[in-house]
Design a protein around this ligand. Structure first.
Ligand code: URA
Length: 436
């Protein structure tokens, strides 16, 4: 078999066989297939798509490219959640400790997560802004942490889904991210490998998401639910609004600080709404209680401080410095700031949310190339979001950076991302659809 022929076959729109998909996945992981050929195949998949069967096979070969976590020793329901990626989407950081606090001793969160991709942030990068936080736990340590503390979060470390690790990084720099089969296989290979029995998928849609329209997002949601259920897991997907950044903070340490506020019940309304929704749906999936009871518990663990205490326990268990949770000023910061002000009176009529994500990456919060290091203190604080009224000269956002050239680049990009109008734009829902 030759990689050249596989690329040509997909380029010409034909369906790949099980053996061909295995040849690509195994060969790329083993280093036999160079980046340029893998990139060419990814672009062909991006342009030509994959059938449901090809996507399922790609997912299985990616999952089996490394070790698979065995959570059978955990004495309760195991749950996981995943977002397809957005701007300012820090829901996982809040939902994981909430779940640990909502059903202690009966529901356990075993979350495997990724780094920033394209214009979107990644939970691993956000967690690594907490000094010392270790997302590279061994499988044994991960399972121990889940059992003892009710939750743990790991990156794709060691030999977990090495195929996704490599393909994800390559897609990030070859404009091949927003493809339904590539996203579905990437997410579901990780979710299946991480071993949880209940999985909640948050499929983002809009200008800041990889899926730009609701029908596309529903198609992605259906593809992922089908893969998961076919593997005997309970899976539910929400299709949520990413036509506007979620919350006020974009950038790693800034987002951790916003999660701390949210766990204290002082978070932005849209973020609080979404974390309550996801946490309640996830607990309901376990079958341990009704939706109503799950929602009451989600609200209670924020109000009584137990979700915040659980976050602290997880941070400490994974070697993070817990002092930053009580004093977020200890998180990495930025030496330079610049204010973006409204150019006229009116309303924020549209936000090109992808451009906001790129602006944050240009400030240093994300990677523009595979090798880039993250500046954990860089990012954007939004003071005005979609639909908000503004007066000329009023601050709309504050940019944070540690490099003047990056600050200038991010500021220019952000200014182009906002559209102002005299009339208030129509309100849009936070939740578009639910797929089971
Ligand atoms: N999140 C992932 O884990 N993979 C993707 O491909 C996109 C978002």
């Amino acid at each position: 078999m030759r990689m050249y022929d596989i690329i040509e076959k997909k380029r010409d729109g034909h369906e790949l066989t099980d053996a061909e998909i295995a040849f690509f996945v195994d060969g790329y992981v083993a280093g036999r297939i160079p980046d340029y050929q893998a990139s060419a195949l990814l672009m062909a998949i991006y342009l030509r798509g994959m059938s449901a069967e090809e996507t399922r096979l790609l997912t299985l070969h990616m999952m089996n490219s490394g070790e698979v976590v065995d959570l059978s020793g955990i004495p309760g329901a195991t749950v996981d959640k995943h977002s397809t990626g957005g701007v300012g989407d820090k829901t996982s950081l809040a939902v994981v400790p909430m779940l640990a606090a909502m059903d202690p001793g009966r529901t356990f969160v075993a979350k495997m997560t990724g780094r920033g991709l394209g214009h979107t942030g990644g939970t691993v990068d956000k967690l690594e802004s907490i000094p010392g936080f270790n997302t590279a736990l061994s499988q044994e340590a991960f399972i121990d942490c889940v059992r003892e503390h009710g939750a743990a979060i790991i990156g794709q470390t060691g030999n977990l889904v090495p195929a996704d690790k490599l393909i994800y990084a390559l897609r990030d720099v070859t404009a091949t991210v927003s493809s339904i089969p590539l996203i579905a296989s990437s997410i579901m290979s990780k979710k299946l490998t991480a071993g949880s029995s209940c999985i909640l998928l948050d499929v983002k849609v809009g200008s800041g998401a990889f899926m730009k329209t609701v029908p596309e997002a529903v198609e992605l949601a259906q593809a992922m639910v089908a893969i998961g259920e076919g593997m005997g897991r309970r899976v539910k997907a929400l299709v949520t609004n990413m036509d506007r950044p979620l919350g006020h903070a974009i950038g790693n340490a800034l987002e951790v600080a916003e999660v701390i506020e949210t766990l204290h019940g002082r978070g932005p309304a849209d973020l609080e709404h979404e974390v309550l929704l996801i946490a309640s749906d996830l607990l309901e999936l376990t079958g341990h209680c009704t939706r109503q009871e799950a929602e009451a518990r989600a609200r209670r663990v924020i109000a009584d401080g137990s979700a915040f205490a659980a976050f602290k326990e997880i941070v400490e268990a994974q070697d993070g410095d817990p002092r930053v949770l009580d004093d977020p000023s200890l998180l990495p910061g930025a030496t330079l700031t610049r204010t973006f002000a409204a150019p006229c009176d009116g309303f924020v009529a549209h936000i090109d949310t992808e451009a906001v994500g790129i602006a944050s990456a240009e400030l240093g919060a994300g990677r523009l190339t595979k090798e880039d290091a993250i500046d954990y203190g860089a990012g954007i604080t939004l003071l005005k979001n979609y639909g908000d009224p503004v007066v000329a000269g009023e601050p709309v956002a504050i940019l944070h950076a540690n490099d003047p050239a990056k600050l200038a680049a991010g500021a220019e990009r952000l200014a182009g991302a906002y559209t102002f109008a005299a009339k208030q734009p129509p309100a849009t829902p936070l939740l578009y659809a639910t797929v089971t």
